[in-house]
Design a protein around this ligand. Structure first.
Ligand SMILES: [Zn+2]
Length: 501
């Protein structure tokens, strides 16, 4: 007697999008069972990817087959059962040993006697398909980023264009936000002021269309997307989307933002510049500040771990003086600052690259245009031969089709070359200027900006034994290493082109 388990699965993964819903799978399978008189013992449903092993309900089902509660599986398709070698192998083993006597899908029935190899192939293909898919998606994202298309949800004022999958200005929000940003750059609003104005004109975030929070407005104002660039994995890319404001206006927005963003000052916080800035190297909790006033009226500012992490005992018992924190902040900013002399040399180098780049492009364009012209002549000649009947239709097609597809390819190459002209070096140039700006902050002793700068170029700031360590992100990490190693000899590093590429 064959006893069936029905197994239905669907996940939110991309490759599962086209799959029937669990309910639909279930009703189809029940109909199949009725039609074929299959005895169904129990039904299992699971909302989970089968990319890797570790599905609890699937494992429970196999365990129960192992105990003899059923000896056949009814599933919509084979890839519902497994998409990885671990689970697929288990199922095949059970089928070979006869613990599973049949796997029935809506299109096929798999039996121990015949189709084991077939199943292996089909599961293997499913596995490979999954791997290819994720590689392809990654490649697709990289390619899109390279072409300057931001990957992700469109920022406020823009929309994701569904068919071309580009990011386009939102017909209503774009002009509204543009006006507000430009007014903000002129210093017209405080942070709450800009938020109020945005809410007033109906600029709200998210699908729920709820009002924005101050922190998201602050993030929005710092998003380089609005002047035409974007970050992908910490690297700034030149975007191909329509910018909302110029780079100059955007820089003014940053200045206005810093000017109005007064540090939150609670009572008693006055003078404590580095609250909520670093974490403790021993326990990972926040570093807090304290003020002590001596009888003489002298004030001292100290920082220490809040000791709030009960799970991980904290070994740090020392206090750090504010002067020491300031010194450490400056040391870290110096690590990611490009000295003026380097800046000049690098900018000069970028200029030569730009020139080389455009000559190389020009040569390439000329070559492509040459080929395009030659192709056009060939196609014309073929057309003429066909119309005066010296070749027949089959011959004509065979000769012409490859020429036409090459022509389309050429046109696309030429168009993209013309479009991307000189855009490649722009992010590098911006980065050089930004890194050089760090030096300016140092000489101004502008700690507010230095804190922002360090937050931007690093992931976290950890204090351990009186030393502040910042985990710099790319490409700042390489700069930090180079600067550190050149502190000793104070020389311009030779062969430095390697690291800042
Ligand atoms: Zn601690």
């Amino acid at each position: 007697m064959i006893k069936y388990f029905i197994y239905c699965r669907k996940s939110s993964e991309d490759e599962d999008r086209q799959m029937l819903s669990i309910d639909a799978q279930l009703s189809e399978l029940k109909a199949i069972a009725v039609q074929n008189g299959c005895a169904v013992v129990e039904t299992f449903t699971e909302s989970m990817s089968a990319k890797g092993p570790g599905r609890p309900i699937f494992n429970e089902m196999l365990a129960r087959i192992d105990r003899g509660e059923a000896n056949a599986i009814l599933a919509w398709k084979l890839d519902r059962i497994a998409r990885n070698f671990d689970d697929g192998g288990k199922v095949i083993g059970m089928l070979q040993r006869g613990q599973i006597q049949e796997i029935r899908t809506f299109e096929k029935t798999y039996l121990p006697s015949d189709n084991v190899l077939m199943i292996a192939v089909e599961l293997g293909m499913a596995n490979q398909y999954v791997r290819d898919l994720s590689v392809n998606i990654q490649r697709g994202i990289r390619e899109r980023v390279r072409r300057g298309i931001f990957y992700g949800k469109a920022p406020l004022g823009y929309m994701n264009e569904p068919t071309l999958r580009t990011i386009e200005p939102h017909s209503e929000d774009f002009p509204k936000l543009k006006r507000i940003l430009e007014e903000f750059a002129e210093g017209k609003y405080s942070m709450t002021g800009i938020l109020r104005e945005m809410t007033r004109v109906g600029l709200v975030g998210g699908q729920m269309r709820r009002g924005l929070r101050l922190s998201s407005v602050s993030n929005m104002l710092q998003n380089p997307f609005y002047y035409g660039a974007f970050y992908h994995k910490g690297v700034l890319h030149q975007g191909s989307h329509v910018p909302m404001v110029s780079k100059k206006t955007w820089d003014e927005i940053q200045r206005a933002r810093v000017a109005v963003a007064k540090p939150r000052q609670r009572r008693g916080d006055k003078g404590l510049e580095f609250l909520n800035f670093a974490t403790c190297g021993s326990c990972g909790h926040c570093i807090t500040g304290e003020r002590h006033t001596k009888k003489s009226g002298l004030r001292f500012y100290y920082y220490r771990c809040t000791h709030k992490n009960a799970k991980r005992g904290c070994q740090s018992t020392t206090f750090i003086r504010q002067e020491k924190v300031a010194e450490e902040v400056k040391r870290n900013v110096r690590l990611v600052s490009l000295p003026d002399e380097w800046k000049e040399r690098f900018l000069a180098k970028v200029e030569t690259w730009e020139a080389e780049d455009s000559t190389a492009k020009q040569t390439q364009l000329e070559r492509l245009r040459g080929e395009q012209g030659a192709l056009r002549v060939k196609i014309d000649r073929l057309n003429a031969a066909f119309t005066d009947c010296s070749i027949d239709l089959a011959e004509f097609k065979e000769l012409k089709n490859p020429l036409v597809s090459r022509k389309v390819e050429l046109e696309a190459q030429i168009a993209s070359l013309e479009k991307t002209r000189a855009n490649r070096v722009e992010p590098v140039r911006n980065w050089i200027l930004e890194a050089n700006h760090g030096g300016k902050l140092l000489s101004d002793e502008n700690f507010g900006e230095m804190k922002l700068f360090l937050r931007k170029v690093g992931l976290n700031r950890v204090f351990r034994d009186q030393t502040l360590t910042v985990s710099f992100i790319k490409p700042w990490d390489s700069l930090a290493q180079t600067v550190e190693s050149s502190f000793a000899d104070n020389e311009f590093p030779h062969g430095s082109e390697k690291w800042w590429r």
